[in-house]
Design a protein around this ligand. Structure first.
Ligand SMILES: CC(C)(COP(=O)(O)OP(=O)(O)OC[C@H]1O[C@@H](n2cnc3c(N)ncnc32)[C@H](O)[C@@H]1OP(=O)(O)O)[C@@H](O)C(=O)NCCC(=O)NCCS
Length: 217
C-alpha cells in the first residue's frame, strides 16, 4: 500500500519499534485520506509544500494532484499516532511526557512566558505542562510548515488556551493518554478538525487500536 519513498524510509529504521510506528502511521494516514478522496489507499499521492523558511520543497507534506482540498497533519510518539484532517491548513502534535531532566535541558529554548508557566508547577505537573507547551507549539509550527527550525523562544503557544496564542491561529489541547500531551493548531477561530488516534500493539494493547475518531468543535 505504501509508495517507494515510504518503503525506503521504513527500511531505513534500525529500531524495530520506530519502524513499526512509522508503518502504522503511514498506513493509517493512507486509509484516512483514501476515505476522504474516495480512492484506494495505494492511489493516494503525496508531495511537499515549499518550506516557508528557505523555499525548498521540504515543507509540509500535502496531497499531490487532485485532492488538494483535503489538508492533513500527522504526529507519532511512543505508542501513539495522531492524524488530523480538514479542509483547511492544520497541524497536530503528540508528545510523550518527558522526564524532568529533559524539561530542565529544553526549558531555556522556550518563550519566557512558557518557561514561567512551566516552572510555576512542581514535580510531575511541571513535566506535563512542558509536554502541553511542546505539543501546542509544535502543532502550530507544523501547521506553518516550518517545524522546529523556527526560533522556539519567539513563538508563544502557552501551557493552555487561556492566554492569546499566535495571531490568526487557535491552538487547542487534544485529550489523550495521561502519559502524553497533544495539540491541534487551526486557522482563525475554526476550532474544528477530524482527529484519529491509533495506539500501537504492546504494553497491554493486543492489536492495533483506532482508539478515537472524533471531531474537535
Ligand atoms: C518535521 C518535524 C516537526 C517533525 O517532528 P517530530 O517531533 O520528529 O515528529 P512528529 O511525529 O511530531 O511529526 C512527524 C510528521 O510531521 C510531518 N512533517 C514533516 N515535515 C513537516 C513540516 N515541515 N511541516 C509540517 N509537518 C511536517 C510528517 O508527516 C512527519 O511524519 P513522517 O516523518 O512519518 O513522514 C521536525 O522533525 C522538524 O522540525 N524538523 C526540522 C525541519 C527543518 O529543519 N526544516 C528545514 C528548514 S530550512
Amino acid at each position: 500500500m505504501l509508495d517507494p519513498a515510504e518503503r525506503d524510509r521504513a527500511r531505513s529504521f534500525r529500531d524495530r519499534a520506530d519502524q513499526q510506528r512509522f508503518l502504522v502511521a503511514h498506513l493509517c494516514l493512507r486509509l484516512i485520506l483514501a476515505r476522504h478522496l474516495d480512492v484506494r489507499p495505494e492511489a493516494v499521492a503525496f508531495s511537499r509544500d515549499r518550506c516557508p523558511r528557505c523555499g525548498q520543497a521540504h515543507g509540509r507534506p500535502v496531497l499531490a494532484g487532485p485532492g488538494q482540498h483535503v489538508q492533513f497533519s500527522m504526529s507519532h510518539s511512543g505508542d501513539w499516532v495522531l492524524i488530523g484532517t480538514g479542509p483547511w491548513r492544520l497541524g497536530v502534535d503528540i508528545q510523550e511526557v518527558p522526564g524532568l531532566a529533559t524539561v530542565r535541558d529544553v526549558l531555556p529554548l522556550l518563550h519566557p512566558g512558557e518557561q514561567a508557566e512551566i516552572t510555576a508547577r512542581a514535580g510531575s505537573g511541571r513535566a506535563r505542562a512542558f509536554a502541553r507547551v511542546w505539543a501546542r507549539k509544535e502543532a502550530y509550527l507544523k501547521a506553518l510548515g516550518v517545524g522546529l527550525a523556527a526560533d522556539l523562544a519567539q513563538v508563544y503557544a502557552g501551557a493552555d488556551g487561556r492566554a492569546p496564542g499566535p495571531a490568526g491561529w487557535t491552538i487547542l489541547d487534544v485529550p489523550v493518554d495521561m502519559a502524553y500531551a497533544a495539540g491541534l493548531a487551526v486557522p482563525g477561530t475554526v476550532r474544528r478538525a477530524e482527529l484519529v488516534t491509533c495506539q500501537l500493539p504492546g504494553r497491554g494493547v493486543p492489536a492495533l487500536e483506532v482508539t478515537a475518531r472524533r471531531r474537535i468543535a
